[in-house]
Write a protein that binds this ligand. Structure first.
Ligand SMILES: [Zn+2]
Length: 416
């Protein structure tokens, strides 16, 4: 059977028929619609002879046994956000289905090839993303918090998992699945505007951004808006405002895709007749280089001290959350560039702002790469999410070529 990328597009539409309503995709993890999508997927793969099983974290695996136990993994996720798009997650899986068909038709592959549908990538129902992949990667460490989570209808996470045969206490047993993993490949829609603005269908992803998130509190003095002269004020909002503008320059000076966002400022007392006494500011900084990320943070802190001085304020920093950048494998990045050039002529290297299952697999020490296909208008997590069909077809072809190259590499002793 030759690769037929038009079949992938037809199957994406079929899945949309089955699992979307007028508001978009409804394949939220741990729901009946999600289970129906996974059953449908199982039927799609039956003819390839791939063995089907579901691991301890609810991840669905399709295994084509090769001459060798070492495995090349292709991954994606069938779950969606509520009112989601027709591509996020399931494009990855269905492109993998087409690659698996082509590989199966060529006889026993030299190494094992496995397609994985990760459980609950989106975290849409309980607010915990990358559930299945973090369990398989062994990085899940928040079981105590997960036990407390309830959805909008009061159903607890453990009960929702149980209804689908997954136990929270045993989810980490899914780690066994990555023991034989030699390499991991994932295709995804870009979910951003970069490839479209460059007029390119496909790009190779270098890794996922590291993130620094802080709450910055500015302390000034509340004072009457009418009776307090301008030069006597200790206006907490002035410090936050100066920093909100400064971080844009910090990101620009850093370059290379670095981004800084001041996502909110809450002022107290927050009334029209008073100078602001405290301003609580949220800051999110991201970059692909740990060193550049650290220096962006240091620059923002130094600037805040300067502004506090200028405005006679005090300033406190509190870290809310952080994750280090995750860099993909150099050899696989090279294969991915070759594959993209072969099908599309030109390629582009870009980082990923959002986290993906691939980041968890990479953290577990499995050589990993992702490729992005252009997203129209950069939209995702909405029914407006879209990609040109010709680009979807190129993406399937590129993933298949990347899989071929990776299988050859692993067969020759490459990979983990
Ligand atoms: Zn996704």
């Amino acid at each position: 059977m030759a690769l037929d990328p038009t079949r992938t597009v037809a199957e994406l539409k079929e899945l949309r028929e089955l699992t979307a309503d007028e508001n978009g995709a409804q394949r939220v993890a741990w729901t009946d619609t999600w289970a129906r999508a996974r059953e449908w997927l199982r039927d799609k793969l039956a003819e390839t002879g791939a063995e089907h099983d579901v691991d301890a974290a609810g991840n669905q695996w399709f295994t084509l046994r090769g001459e060798n136990e070492r495995a090349v993994l292709i991954g994606g996720h069938m779950d969606s956000v509520p009112n989601g798009g027709w591509l996020d997650g399931c494009l990855n899986v269905l492109a993998g289905v087409e690659a698996l068909r082509r590989i199966a038709a060529n006889g026993t592959p030299p190494v094992t090839v496995r397609l994985v549908d990760w459980a609950d990538e989106e975290g849409a129902r309980f607010g915990r993303s990358l559930f299945g992949s973090s369990a398989a990667a062994g990085s899940m460490a928040d079981q105590d918090e997960l036990r407390q989570l309830v959805d909008r209808d009061g159903v607890s996470l453990p009960d929702a998992l149980e209804a689908h045969g997954v136990g929270l206490d045993t989810a980490l047993d899914a780690q066994v699945e990555l023991e034989s993993a030699a390499a991991y490949l994932e295709l995804h829609i870009e979910q951003g505007p970069v490839l479209e603005s460059l007029g390119l269908p496909l790009g190779v992803v270098l890794g996922t951004f590291g993130v620094e998130r802080h709450r910055i509190t500015w302390h000034g003095q509340a004072a009457h808006a009418g009776s307090t002269p301008m030069e006597k004020r200790r206006d907490a909002l002035a410090g936050a405002a100066k920093l909100a503008l400064e971080i844009r320059d910090i990101a620009r000076r850093t370059g290379g895709g670095a981004v800084c966002t001041s996502g909110g400022v809450v002022c107290k007392p927050g009334i029209v007749t008073s100078v602001v006494e405290t301003a609580e500011q949220l800051l999110d900084q991201r970059d692909l280089s740990a060193q550049r990320l650290a220096s962006m943070l240091a620059e923002a802190k130094a600037a805040s001290e300067r502004f506090a001085d200028e405005e006679s304020l005090e300033v406190d920093w509190e870290r809310i959350w952080a994750i280090e950048p995750i860099l993909f494998d150099e050899t696989l990045i090279g294969f991915c560039e070759d594959a993209i050039r072969e099908v599309a002529g030109t390629t582009h290297r870009l980082p990923s702002g959002p986290l993906h299952d691939a980041a968890e697999v990479s953290r577990a020490g499995v050589p990993t790469v992702m490729l992005f296909v252009q997203s129209l208008r950069g939209l995702s997590h909405t029914k407006l999410e879209d990609t040109k069909e010709e680009h979807l077809q190129l993406a399937v072809a590129a993933l298949d070529r990347l899989a071929s190259k990776t299988i050859g590499w692993v067969a020759g002793g490459g990979g983990r």
